[in-house]
Design a binder for this molecule. Structure first.
Ligand SMILES: [Fe+2]
Length: 369
């Protein structure tokens, strides 16, 4: 059963209070006060009224002032106020409504009119409150669902990247270090067209999130090639190159079946193009310059720097300074010159990331200078 609504009646005239009480008492719980100060206190009570009938001509604070204070206070601003007054000029009514009152009743009033207007505004308020509660519930559910989706995405990325890494043990923390390098570059892109101004914060996050997937295609490369402790033959290298297209096709096929997202687009770009070179001599497509997606150009620097400072089955780690020099020398041939400039400025921070996440057995060697 619906709870009886409470109406606060504020009027300095005992006879008006008595009349209104007579009209509304059979239907509502009535609280009556003779001045604005008491009204303000009751409005902020732990059991606030559902609606306020407010006289204007009262000793200070008058009805206008009380209404203003009610509307300024977040705790009371949603309680509907109806002015009930002898002030019958249009300007008075306009002023009262401009202060936030929902209605204006001029004395002397017909009891049925007062009752009808009170009922209407109470119903309106109930509907508003119900809508507000519904919206809050909807927002809460959307938030939970979004969090679930984000967690699912993160778990999927981590699982796929970990599976790929498990095949290729010597890369150790490679995928996680390269993700940090990619984050560093994307957060420090120059504010020029094609670079910083082309990516929203959401794009940058998606690029960073998809970076660990760059080598997932390696799950399709035979162990005899992936783990070969020495240089690959040209035929073997051609097979090794297919890790870019194997991974690309896996993502592209999923997109065709399930639809695409910004994250999948960046994952596909990075997987497919992280071995392309600025001068067109890379693989698998031989793209050059800005035809290579920015995400792939960023990944290329992160990937090569990490490969250089890491131990591989076929090589010992290079010192940080040698790795930096190698990247700088590749500007305009292997790497995007603008991104190499960004890398050069950040190279000390690359060294810090490397030093905190190196595979233990090679840490000392890689960071010896
Ligand atoms: Fe790769």
């Amino acid at each position: 059963m619906e709870q009886v609504k409470t109406i606060l009646v504020v009027d300095d005239s005992p006879s008006t209070l008595a009349v209104i009480d007579e009209i509304l008492n059979p239907h509502y719980r009535i609280k009556a006060v003779k001045d604005g100060t008491k009204a303000l206190a009751l409005a902020q009570d732990t059991d606030p009224p559902d609606l306020i009938l407010l006289d204007i001509l009262m000793p200070e604070p008058d009805g206008y002032q009380v209404c203003t204070m009610l509307k300024e206070n977040p705790a009371t601003r949603d309680i509907p106020v109806i002015f009930v007054t002898a002030k019958d000029e249009i300007e008075d009514e306009a002023h009262g409504l401009s202060l936030g009152a929902v209605d204006y009743i001029v004395k002397p009033f017909a009891p049925l009119i007062v009752l009808a207007r009170v009922r209407t505004h109470l119903e309106l308020r109930s509907a508003k409150l119900a809508l507000k509660r519904e919206n809050e519930e909807l927002e809460r559910r959307v938030k939970i669902r979004t969090q679930e989706l984000t967690t699912t995405q993160d778990v999927t990325i981590t699982s796929m990247a970990t599976l790929a890494e498990a095949r290729d043990k010597e890369t150790g923390n490679h995928i996680w270090r390269t993700q940090n390098f990619v984050r560093l570059i994307t957060e420090n892109l120059p504010h020029i067209a094609g670079y910083g101004t082309s990516l929203t914060p959401a794009d940058k996050e998606q690029i960073q999130k998809s970076a660990p997937l760059h080598d997932i295609g390696k799950v399709g490369i035979p162990d005899s090639i992936l783990l070969k402790p020495g240089p690959l033959t040209p035929e073997e290298f051609n097979i090794m190159k297919t890790h870019t297209t194997i991974g690309y096709e896996a993502i592209a096929r999923s997109e065709q079946m399930l639809g695409t997202t910004n994250f999948l687009r960046y994952a596909r770009e990075i997987i497919h193009t992280h071995h392309e070179k600025w001068d067109g001599s890379g693989y698998p497509l031989g793209l050059s310059g800005e035809a290579i997606p920015l995400s792939g150009r960023i990944m290329a620097i992160a990937d090569v720097y990490d490969a250089l400072i890491s131990k591989r089955v076929y090589k010992e780690p290079f010192p940080h300074t040698v790795a930096v020099q190698t990247i700088l020398q590749g500007s305009g041939s292997h790497f995007d010159p603008v991104l190499v400039q960004v890398f050069e400025k950040l190279s000390d921070r690359f060294r810090v990331i490397a030093s905190t996440s190196m595979d233990l057995d090679i840490e000392q060697q890689a960071l010896r200078c």
